[in-house]
Design a protein around this ligand. Structure first.
Ligand code: MG
Length: 274
């Protein structure tokens, strides 16, 4: 009985001590105030509004854009390829008219060893929609199976590859920023079916001396799955060597002929300059 009394008294003292310490801790760390935030949003440092109207504004108006639903494209999109012609495209090497195959189903296909093609137009920051299809029958493996690529500003490659049951280095697999950033997921449809890339690209920025002051970024949805999440582009995407950062302005959209008879097809290509 005496022991039980001593034990209870001890527990009470321990509890009181613990509560006291907790209170001291709370006093030491008061709730953070808005003005204590590390990032200061200047527009919110004015005296606190007291009516809802003070935090609502109506200008400038937001542009109305027809949506990309039911097979439509956004009403302000620039169509780069709709299956009717290759007039907007030239070969990168010599600026000659694109010699890739124009197919009856509204797509185009890499013509063996004709070389990369690119748009005549130049863009910089864009929202890009592009559909692509790996060739059948399946041939070869690794990087030599259905390899192509989409080069943003004609420089930075987002990999196109038939990765179905076909392993390769992850920073060169389908959806990778080639040799830099693996995709977050592999979201390809079966070989021979149409894949969709929706890409948001922001170009890097350079100062007057040609030094890079801000990296480019890219976000990619592959068949509706996020595979690049505002990923930093660290420079060029060479097969051999480190990324480099030569200064550049707006560039074309370039599509790769990998040179190994990878007959990849493309269709429904449009952009919205940002
Ligand atoms: Mg490639």
């Amino acid at each position: 009985m005496k022991n039980s009394f001593i034990l209870s008294a001890f527990l009470c003292i321990a509890l009181l001590f613990s509560c006291n310490e907790q209170m001291k801790e709370e006093v030491k760390t008061p709730m953070a105030k808005v003005e204590d935030a590390v990032i200061i949003h200047e527009e919110y440092t004015a005296p606190e509004p007291t009516t809802p109207e003070e935090t609502e504004y109506y200008e400038p108006k937001v542009p109305v854009v027809g949506p990309a639903t039911n097979g439509n494209i956004p009403s302000d999109a620039i169509v780069l390829f709709d299956g009717s012609s290759l007039d907007g495209w030239v070969h990168t090497e010599d600026n000659s008219p694109a010699k890739w195959h124009l197919n009856k189903d509204g797509s185009m296909t890499v013509a063996d060893k004709t070389g990369n093609i690119q748009t005549k137009q130049k863009f910089g920051d864009i929202q890009l929609h592009i559909e692509w299809k790996s060739p059948l029958p399946v041939q070869r493996d690794g990087q030599n199976r259905g390899n192509s690529g989409i080069f943003l500003d004609g420089i930075y490659e987002i990999q196109v590859l038939d990765n179905n049951n076909n392993d390769t280095y992850v920073n060169g697999q389908v959806g990778a920023i080639y040799k830099q950033g693996p995709p977050l997921a592999m979201a390809s449809v079966p070989t021979g079916e149409w894949n969709v890339y929706d890409i948001i690209y922001h170009a890097p920025k350079f100062n007057a001396e040609g030094g890079k002051i801000k990296s480019g970024t890219v976000t990619v949805l592959h068949n509706g799955v996020l595979i690049q999440d505002h990923t930093e582009i660290k420079g060029t995407t060479p097969y051999v060597g480190w990324p480099k950062n030569p200064p550049h302005g707006k560039g074309p959209l370039m599509l790769q002929d990998h040179g190994d008879d990878s007959r990849v097809s493309y269709r429904n290509i449009w952009v919205r300059p940002l």
